[in-house]
Design a protein around this ligand. Structure first.
Ligand SMILES: NC(=O)c1ccc[n+]([C@@H]2O[C@H](COP(=O)([O-])OP(=O)(O)OC[C@H]3O[C@@H](n4cnc5c(N)ncnc54)[C@H](O)[C@@H]3O)[C@@H](O)[C@H]2O)c1
Length: 251
């Protein structure tokens, strides 16, 4: 099998989990992440002819165009994309500045759009799948997520629009919306009180594992298993987004 997958944010957390699992499934993998120690570690870890690790800021249009072209030249035809690069913030409305809001929209929405658009241009007419990693914060109105939640809600809408417009090209576009997952991002933003709050609001009373987000993503990438699924946002969240009254959530 010679299918190439681009994973943005593939040097850390959920993206890194997807890279490892995709390689085990036989994909060739291109990691797009910011230049720096995280990407250097990934290069060291992933010494394999089936992998390229590129220093790409997904918000920079020319860099994304060049990187997608380089991937097609070095690894062969792109057949899948996972947009996992993202940043989060938990900031009340009155403390959220325009710069913070723009920064989050730029990386989470514009960055995902640029990579999806360029990969779709390459995959046009020959088939492929795009999966955007969004968040339950893009579905529910949680406090402190005015910028982050808005960005993920935008990605969910973008997923539906791209699914419709790209279906005639043989491309499927879906999203995975994780609940809280123990990654460097969650470790940075979730203190003890926040972790208790999450667990009391989740019917399954726990954080998700990276492997649980990875398997949902690989399912949506798979044309045999998910060949008739497009435009969907699959919540992988222990029931957080469907929950109503729960016994014990006052503990
Ligand atoms: N961890 C969670 O609890 C959680 C929950 C819901 C959704 N998510 C989403 O999952 C995705 C992955 O999150 P994670 O927890 O693995 O975070 P992470 O911080 O471990 O990984 C994110 C990666 O994205 C990269 N990145 C950031 N800005 C970039 C840019 N401009 N260009 C290229 N790469 C960039 C970072 O360098 C990092 O390697 C994010 O989109 C996040 O919003 C995470």
């Amino acid at each position: 099998m010679s299918r190439t997958l681009i994973v943005t944010g593939g040097a850390s957390g959920i993206g890194a989990g997807i890279v490892g699992a995709a390689l085990a499934e036989g994909w060739r993998v291109a990691v797009f992440d910011l230049p720096g120690p995280g990407l250097d570690d990934a290069k060291e870890r992933l010494r394999d002819e089936k992998v390229v690790c590129l220093g790409v800021n997904v918000t920079e249009e020319a860099a994304v165009v060049a990187a997608v072209d380089e991937v097609e030249q070095t690894l062969g035809p792109i057949a899948g994309v996972v947009n996992s690069a993202g940043i989060g913030r938990n900031t009340p409305i009155f403390e959220t500045t325009a710069d913070q809001f723009r920064d989050i929209l730029n990386i989470n929405v514009v960055g995902s759009f640029l990579v999806a658009r360029e990969a779709a241009r390459a995959m046009q007419g020959r088939g492929g799948a795009i999966v955007n990693i969004t968040s339950v914060s893009g579905v529910q109105g949680s406090e402190g997520r005015v910028a982050y939640g808005s960005s993920k809600g935008a990605v969910n809408t973008m997923t539906r629009i791209m699914a419709v417009e790209l279906a005639p090209e043989g491309l499927r576009v879906n999203a995975v919306a994780p609940g809280p997952v123990d990654t460097p991002m969650a470790q940075k933003w979730h203190g003890e009180a926040e972790r208790r709050l999450w667990c009391s609001s989740i019917p399954m009373r726990r954080y998700g594992a990276v492997s649980e987000i990875v398997s949902a993503t690989l399912f949506l990438l798979d044309d045999e298993k998910a060949g008739y699924v497009t435009g969907q946002t699959l919540s992988v969240d222990g029931g957080f987004t469907i929950a109503g009254l729960m016994n014990g959530s006052e503990d």
